[in-house]
Design a protein around this ligand. Structure first.
Ligand code: C2O
Ligand code: CU
Ligand code: CU
Length: 516
């Protein structure tokens, strides 16, 4: 202020003025920053082109022991992968540098997977979607130490399905999956052998493992960006570890086994030209009848099998469209709902082999209806924990009686997207906010997207072996949320039985299993 003859502005006015200017400058700066963040958060790879032939994970070799057990070998290893020009990318994989082979077994078959962990860290291998004893599940309690081995075995006892396997170490699942540890596990049964569905692996029956990634030079950048409460969201996608992939198609009908193996991203798949596809299977296997649609929305961990018809010589682009992940414009943008990706191009040959028409009926449902539910349970999804509690390896949250059906009500009022996955079972979605589920939620499910403001009722049956000491998990499959503790544990006990003490909790956490 000048010291001229003019009356000086009172001190308080000067302070107010200075403060007001500071606030104004801050507001403009913060406003600019947020606008910049908001605008920059929207991603699209539409039109980027398709330059590389799609890799198809090899079918895992196996041997059959005299008692009929099919034995696979999976080696968790560090490696390097050629993704981008300029050098190799350090990655992890099963039996290779990135991802893993496709395991395949028949309903009724005994399987054993000999896992060796040659990584510098402890991990686990979980069979997502598989109905199997808790001790074989590969959740956070079945740790395979660095340099260690683990050989789970079980009898395949569920319908044909597209399942997958991935690590599940408590607190580190997101990075282990991001580094490349994931693969498919396909189940077949009598029904799929007789139905006239495309089924020549890698030809007209193709795994489509979709992941979003971000590269920093030749390295994979796993960092979370500002405001991304969902966790990691990449700026491009790859399929089966191939960037900008195309697939040469030689048959009129091609079956795509879509797996969202991303850690946080929700995809809404469809074709760029709007053509309809036939959804034939959900997470846990075939639907009762094909469902014709132009959109397939999958949150992390979910699968769908679709059959698409191509015309000779054409190119058809599988895209992921903008989709409502909500609940507000902010979460919509920062949760990835405004993003779009060109995922995979199908390049049809000039002459196509004729495919038989799709069957009208696929498989009768084996799902419980919820009518005979012995128990109802409620799960409130919050990032801070499920039902207000963070995951505790030593605490059993729910005790379920073997041989009974239950209805689980899952609610997300958290203001951000979550999904819900239950180990060991496939469930039926009974209703969504009290209304009958849309056709997209029909069929056996083990993972379901639960947008904020949604209440869903799920019917499931627990008919496996009881093991009061070994829990199965239920959790949000946005892996950052899971790692943060958005997970709980249930055990299956004999009628009248009680939960025991979870074993295998690291750092002795399971030694004093305090009950809730
Ligand atoms: Cu896909 Cu608990 O896991
Ligand atoms: Cu799972
Ligand atoms: Cu979540």
């Amino acid at each position: 202020m000048s010291k001229t003859g003019k009356r000086r502005m009172p001190r308080w006015k000067r302070i107010v003025l200075v403060l007001a200017s500071i606030v104004a400058v801050l507001a403009v700066t913060v406003g600019t920053l947020f606008t910049w963040l908001y605008t920059g958060a929207r991603i699209s790879t539409v039109g980027a082109g398709f330059h590389r032939a799609l890799a198809v994970p090899p079918l895992a070799s196996s041997t059959v022991e005299p008692d009929g057990t099919r034995v696979f070998d999976l080696r968790m290893q560090a490696g390097e992968t050629d993704f981008v020009p300029g050098g190799k990318t350090p990655t992890w994989g099963f039996n290779g540098g990135y991802l893993g082979p496709t395991l395949r077994a028949e309903r009724g078959e005994k399987v054993r997977v000999r896992i060796s962990n040659t990584l510098p860290e402890a991990s686990t291998v979980h069979w997502h979607g598989m109905h199997l004893p808790a001790a074989m599940d590969g959740g956070p309690h079945q740790t395979v130490p660095a340099g260690g081995a683990w050989s789970p075995q079980w009898t395949v006892d569920q319908p044909a399905a597209t399942l997958w396997y991935h690590p599940h170490p408590h607190g580190a699942t997101e990075t282990h999956v991001q580094r490349g540890l994931a693969g498919m596990f396909l189940l077949d049964d009598e029904r799929t052998r007789t139905l006239t569905l495309p089924r020549t692996y890698g030809v007209d029956d193709v795994p489509v493992i979709v992941q979003d990634v971000r590269f920093d030079g030749t390295r994979l950048d796993h960092g979370h960006q500002l405001m991304r409460s969902a966790g990691f969201l990449g700026d491009r996608t790859m399929v089966n570890g191939t960037l900008d992939p195309y697939l040469e198609v030689k048959d009129e009908l091609v079956r795509l086994r879509l797996l969202n193996a991303s850690t946080a991203r929700v995809y809404d798949f469809g074709f760029a030209d709007g053509r309809e596809v036939h959804r034939i299977a959900s997470d846990g296997g075939l639907l009762e009848a094909p469902h014709t649609t132009d959109r397939i929305r999958l949150s992390p961990g979910e699968r769908a099998e679709i059959v698409v018809r191509v015309r000779p010589g054409e190119r058809a682009v599988l895209r992921s469209f903008e989709t409502a992940v909500g609940p507000d414009f902010w979460n919509q943008r920062f949760g990835g709902g405004d993003d779009s990706f060109d995922v995979l191009e199908l390049r049809a040959a000039a002459v196509l082999r004729p495919s038989p028409p799709l069957p009208q009926a696929l498989a009768p449902s084996e799902l419980p209806t919820g009518q005979d539910a012995a128990r109802h349970r409620f799960f409130e999804l919050r990032m801070s924990g499920i039902n207000g509690r963070k995951m505790d390896m030593a605490r059993v949250d729910e005790t379920v009686t073997r041989g009974t059906s239950e209805v689980w009500t899952v609610r997300n009022g958290n203001g951000m997207p979550h999904n819900f996955h239950v180990h060991d079972v496939q469930f039926r979605v009974l209703d969504v906010n009290g209304a009958a589920p849309p056709p997209s939620l029909r069929g056996p499910k083990d993972t379901v997207f639960v947008p904020s403001g949604t209440t869903m009722r799920l019917a499931m049956r627990f008919d496996g072996a009881a093991d009061p000491d070994t829990p199965y998990m239920y959790h949000c499959h946005l892996l950052y949320h899971e790692d943060q503790g958005m997970m709980g544990q249930f055990v299956v006990v004999e009628p009248g039985g009680a939960a025991g003490t979870p074993q295998g909790a690291p750092h002795g956490a399971g030694a004093h299993g305090h009950r809730p």
